[in-house]
Design a protein around this ligand. Structure first.
Ligand code: BEZ
Ligand code: FE
Length: 296
């Protein structure tokens, strides 16, 4: 056998191996699980063949994923971060986004949501010690025809002016997050702090990957929203500070034009919610349009 014949024999063996592994999942009870597993095998094998994966590279990848698991706990989710910087989170969001073009666009969830945020009323303050310039945020939750969604649940979370979420503080306190309920007209309003750009956590395997790639770890300034109501699609999104840095090179590809909104500068004095401001403050109006739950 000459070298060319040997090459084509080896290539055929590689393909036969892929087919054998794909077929090993033929008996999967759930057709969808079978589809997911067989697609995974096909694409993983195609990737290994395309890049001609070496054994040291395979070992490095195993070690990388092992370290990703070890650094993950209930306050740090390195796998979500990995999905985010690979653009997989945003691709999954795009695939599943509501088809209604009038719905507020979704974006990445991120690793810093906490389920038991304190409940606040209209005009309450989510900062609770998070440092930053005061920022009043208000808006109305409607459906895509403009009908108010009374009683919608709104959860918000944001980093402080130094770019840290409370879950990154060493003292375990809660700050920069809250849950509230929209009024009968769907309106909400709360005090917060003006968001700042920040780097995603860089001290784990994902940071190592960004450094190796020469990629920026920065995210543009934003406030996270999760808005839910019966019979409506739950919306996970952010509002981004117009004119801020890194709108064009978000480390997790989360920026959408429609989510960039002006934060307007306000002079000291009386502000909303009965608050008197001694220095300048900011105001943001962010109206949310929820899609109807689609029939299944
Ligand atoms: C965030 O905005 O909180 C975030 C999103 C993705 C990765 C890291 C942080
Ligand atoms: Fe964030």
């Amino acid at each position: 056998m000459n070298a060319t014949q040997n090459q084509s024999l080896l290539a055929r063996r590689e393909e036969e191996l892929t087919n054998e592994v794909v077929q090993s999942f033929d008996g999967t009870a759930s057709p969808r699980v079978g589809e997911l597993l067989q697609g995974l095998v096909r694409h993983l094998h195609a990737y290994a063949r395309e890049v001609r994966l070496t054994e040291p590279e395979w070992r490095y990848a195993i070690d990388f994923l092992t370290r990703t698991g070890h650094i993950t706990d209930e306050r740090r989710q390195e796998f979500i971060l990995l999905s985010d910087v690979l653009g997989l989170s945003m691709l999954t969001i795009a695939i599943n986004a509501p088809t209604d073009p009038d719905a507020t666009e979704p974006t990445v969830f991120g690793p810093f949501f906490v389920g038991d945020a304190p409940e606040i009323g209209y005009g309450g303050d989510i900062a609770q010690g998070a440092q930053g310039e005061p920022c009043w945020v208000e808006g109305q939750v409607t459906d895509t025809r403009g009908e108010p969604v009374a009683g919608a649940t709104i959860e918000v979370w944001e980093a402080d002016e130094d770019g840290f979420y409370d879950v990154q503080y060493s003292d375990g306190r809660t700050a920069g997050r809250a849950r509230m309920t929209a009024d009968p007209e769907g309106r909400y309003g709360f005090w917060s702090v003006k968001p700042a750009p920040y780097p995603i956590p860089g001290d784990g395997p994902v940071g190592e990957m960004l450094t190796a790639a020469g990629r920026s770890p920065m995210r543009p300034a934003h406030i996270h929203f999760m808005v839910s109501a019966p019979a409506h699609r739950t919306l996970v999104t952010h509002v981004f500070l117009a004119g801020g840095d890194h709108l064009d090179d978000d480390a997790v590809f989360g920026v959408k034009e429609s989510l960039i909104q002006p934060f307007t500068k306000q002079p000291p004095g009386a502000g909303p919610g009965g608050r008197t401001l001694t220095g300048r403050w900011w105001k943001l109006v962010f109206n949310v349009r929820l899609a109807r739950e689609e029939a299944v």
